[in-house]
Write a protein that binds this ligand. Structure first.
Ligand SMILES: C[S@@+](CC[C@H](N)C(=O)[O-])C[C@H]1O[C@@H](n2cnc3c(N)ncnc32)[C@H](O)[C@@H]1O
Length: 220
């Protein structure tokens, strides 16, 4: 992996993963969690079209853009502005996911193959509140997935594990053929975050009005 942009996450602890990300030109150590998930589940392939929710400072966008290549496309949304220079097949927008209608993404860019979410709430120190807010973000990401993905598409989202986790997993399972919780090795020790990886959006699970779908063909 080559040297790419400037590093944005100055607040991160300078651990080994941080230093490695810095030396490899990635915006954040979060890259290695996506890399691990992608190697295991093969979510990102050349030509795929990806939505990345909570994309700042941009390392998942950097990784995804490289994996999908020139024929693919990555759209990122975050409340914060991504400052690094992204490749031409990636575009980041400043937006709160609760203020964006996912159907507008389809209208503007067409259907997608993959929805990623690394969104995390600002932590308050109160674990119950943080888990509740994290779950709300993950459910919002699921709403994006069932709207923008074409049938067969994939979904991967971070969540702070709490009391609602099993129900959340079951709810994701209603829309996808295969669902797995995973705890990447590169997650900081003591962290209670996990990722829900869901493959194969069921054809009947898409919530987008069929008239708005740009391409309802199956996953490539
Ligand atoms: C852990 S960071 C993402 C790191 C990113 N995956 C990377 O590799 O560079 C989590 C992000 O979620 C964003 N976020 C939290 N709530 C959001 C919301 N309601 N809408 C959009 N982004 C949100 C935060 O602004 C933050 O930048």
């Amino acid at each position: 992996m080559g040297r790419r942009g400037k590093l944005g996450d100055k607040g991160s602890r300078h651990d080994a993963a941080y230093r490695r990300a810095k030396s490899e030109g990635f915006a954040s150590r979060a890259i290695y969690k996506l890399e691990e998930i992608d190697k295991r589940f093969r979510l990102l392939q050349p030509g795929r079209r990806v939505v990345d929710l909570g994309c700042w400072p941009g390392s998942w966008m950097q990784y995804a853009a490289e994996r999908v290549g020139e024929d693919g496309f990555v759209v990122g949304l975050d409340k914060r502005e991504v400052e690094l220079a992204l490749p031409t097949n990636a575009k980041a927008f400043v937006a709160d996911v609760f203020a964006v209608d996912p159907a507008d993404l389809v209208e503007r860019f067409g259907d997608f193959n993959v929805v990623l979410s690394d969104m995390a709430p600002k932590t308050t120190g109160d674990r119950t509140t943080d888990m509740f807010r994290s779950e709300e973000l993950t459910r919002r990401a699921l709403g994006f997935a069932t709207t923008v993905l074409r049938p067969g598409g994939h979904f991967c989202a971070k969540v702070f594990v709490g009391g609602g986790f099993k129900t959340l997993l079951a709810d994701v399972g209603k829309s996808f053929s295969e669902v797995k919780p995973i705890h990447p090795k590169n997650t900081r020790s003591g962290s209670y975050e996990q990722y829900i990886v869901a493959r194969g959006l069921k054809a009947g699970a898409r919530t987008l009005d069929p008239g708005q779908a740009q391409d309802s063909s199956a996953e490539q």
